[in-house]
Design a binder for this molecule. Structure first.
Ligand code: FEO
Ligand code: CA
Ligand code: CA
Ligand code: CA
Length: 587
């Protein structure tokens, strides 16, 4: 992929200027337009009612598109490129703007349980390069929610730590939640990370194992008032929090399949997981634990990927993440005398060949209380690792460290070469080079591709590129286009650099390596999620999450997306925002 950036690109654009945080609209480059594909509440399953914000029920929401779309993929399913699947996470809910005042509290809680999880939705279009639309009631359409049965697999399945009054075997669990980012596997399944699960539980928070995961009396949503399983202070449900914080795998091609929680991949605040098939055939998953001063992880499958679309290969590959070695990253700097943040690193083993590698921790303890096991081997404390994503074109791995305003505070760790700024409000991007291109090797090189911020700010770095760049802050979700260039979606620019969040393209090679150019901005209050770049198809997709989230029912701050598209279907009498998956097309 030498200098792929220099090749003609099918998504040429002039960067947009930074957008004020008050603008309630999508902003796209000249020569592009956008349209919503699917919005919160749009009916998905057969018989689902049309969206009516004033008449929300759990039953209706269970058959409609969920709230706060995050991870996104758009997968073509026929050769003509006219059929597809949209898969999407629904991370959390903004009750303050979703429900009219006076909504029955139990009805509200049961409804938001159905607004969490994932959606699988069939798409169609008339021709390649055309506008996708979703197909209501299609065969593969599916909602996965907090009421969907899951099974555990891997070494901690059946562990004492997973048993509750509702699941005395510790083998199955009702639902998934706080599904943040994810990845699509080469065998066609979807991985999804359960992230900030702690906020839904009441816990004493006195046990170090609870404390390390932020469990305590933070359950402002009061779910325990409807189902006691959210009260971890009750002995019957003391282990319920241990049943969240996993990587889940969903087969979108089979709506009857039971989704899986993979214990072999460890339990933390999983941002997501992205896999690459190493040259050896082993599947390697990279994962971030999105918390200040937490870690970057790697999973290497014990078995090898079987190519091909046959049933036997599919069944084999769907088990690849059930067994393997988990490790955690230590980044060592070579000093700043060379003027750049870079160095070498090691994957420190946590599990290997089905055995714990951490003294004092059983295998089950490593997998269920992964953060504590990792602490014991002294990995590098990072500035909130979000997406950790292998680039299938250049074989390198990119880590989005979104920010960490606590770095350098009293009693907190100060700067290190891989996390070079105190009070880091803007974040940075780490580039990992596996040793000799081998993703199973425990040794690697690394460097900082970007130290984000406004280019005029002290300490920013754009891969050595000194020409004009767009200001960028708080990188969160990553994607690559077909030429291997990096696209970064941001979450947090309104507070850090006083601009709307957006999507940015970054060149990775050639003389423009490190050049950042802003492609789009999202409406007021929103973060940009899930970017999918189909450059050959001249389309970019984003999940617009939590538009207008600081509003109230009576004083909505966003009216996205229906106000802005002349002739679009009116959203009933609901004037508020609807999280939406958007397609941006070159016209
Ligand atoms: Fe849900 Fe780490 O973002
Ligand atoms: Ca250096
Ligand atoms: Ca995220
Ligand atoms: Ca984030």
């Amino acid at each position: 992929a030498a200098n792929a950036a220099a090749r003609p690109h099918r998504l040429p654009f002039t960067p947009i200027q930074p957008v004020a945080t008050t603008v309630d609209d999508m902003t796209v480059p000249a020569g592009y337009d956008w349209h919503p594909i699917i919005r919160w509440g749009d009916p998905i399953l057969k018989g689902a009612p049309a969206f009516d914000a004033n008449a929300q029920t759990p039953e209706a929401q269970a058959a409609q598109f969920g709230y706060n779309n995050d991870y996104l993929d758009i997968i073509e399913t026929n050769r003509a490129g006219t059929r597809g699947l949209l898969v999407c996470n629904h991370e959390y809910t903004n009750e303050n703007i979703m429900f009219p005042p006076g909504t029955d509290p139990e009805q509200l809680i049961r409804t938001v349980w159905e607004a969490h999880g994932l959606s699988v939705v069939e798409l169609e279009r008339k021709k390649r390069n055309g506008k996708w639309r979703y197909v209501p009631g299609a065969r593969l359409n599916r909602r996965i929610t907090l009421e969907t049965p899951f099974v555990f697999d891997g070494p901690a399945r059946g562990s004492e730590f997973l048993k509750t009054a509702q699941d005395p075997d510790g083998t199955k669990v009702r639902g998934t939640m706080n599904n943040c980012s994810g990845g699509t596997t080469p065998w066609g399944t979807i991985l999804s990370g359960e992230e900030n699960f702690n906020q839904y539980f009441l816990a004493t928070g006195t046990d170090p194992r609870e404390k390390r995961y932020g469990l305590g009396a933070q359950d402002t949503r009061n779910w325990r008032s409807v189902d006691a399983r959210w009260d971890a202070t009750k002995p019957a449900f003391a282990n319920e929090p241990n049943r969240f914080g996993w990587i889940v795998e969903v087969d979108p091609s089979n709506p009857r399949s039971t989704p899986v929680k993979h214990t072999a991949m460890g339990r933390f605040k999983h941002e997501g997981a992205n896999v690459i098939v190493d040259a050896s055939g082993h599947v390697v998953a990279y994962m971030g634990d999105d918390e200040r001063f937490d870690y970057v992880y790697r999973f290497v499958s014990r078995k090898k990927f079987k190519p091909g679309k046959g049933k036997a290969a599919a069944a084999h590959n769907r088990k690849l993440l059930s067994e393997g070695d988990l490790s955690v990253a230590r980044f060592t700097g070579d000093g700043l005398g060379d003027g750049v943040s870079d160095g070498t690193g090691t994957w420190l083993p946590l599990t290997r060949d089905g055995q714990s590698q951490v003294p004092g921790f059983s295998l089950e303890e490593v997998l269920v209380f992964t953060r504590l096991a990792a602490d014991a081997v002294q990995p590098t404390k990072m500035d909130r690792p979000e997406d950790v994503q292998p680039n299938l074109v250049n074989g390198r791995v990119y880590v989005a460290c979104t920010n960490n305003t606590d770095r350098g505070k009293t009693d907190k760790e100060g700067t290190t070469e891989p996390n070079p700024r105190n009070a880091n409000k803007d974040g940075h991007i780490v580039e990992i080079l596996p040793n000799k291109g081998d993703h199973t090797d425990d040794f690697f090189h690394w460097n900082l591709l970007l130290v984000c911020g406004r280019p005029e700010d002290a300490g920013t770095y754009f891969g050595g590129y000194t020409g004009a760049v767009s200001p960028i802050s708080c990188p969160d979700n990553l994607a690559f286009d077909s030429t291997g260039q990096l696209w970064i979606a941001t979450d947090g620019q309104p507070s850090s650099i006083k601009q709307s969040d957006g999507l940015f393209k970054v060149d990775l090679d050639g003389p423009t390596r490190g050049r950042v150019r802003q492609f789009l901005a999202v409406p007021t209050g929103a973060e940009t999620c899930g970017p999918v770049v189909h450059d050959r198809d001249t389309s970019v997709f984003v999940a617009v999450q939590h538009p207008g989230e600081d509003g109230t029912w009576d004083a909505q701050k966003s009216h996205f997306p229906d106000f802005a598209t002349p002739g679009a279907e009116a959203p009933g009498d609901f004037a508020g925002p609807r999280p939406t998956v958007v397609q941006v097309r070159r016209t």
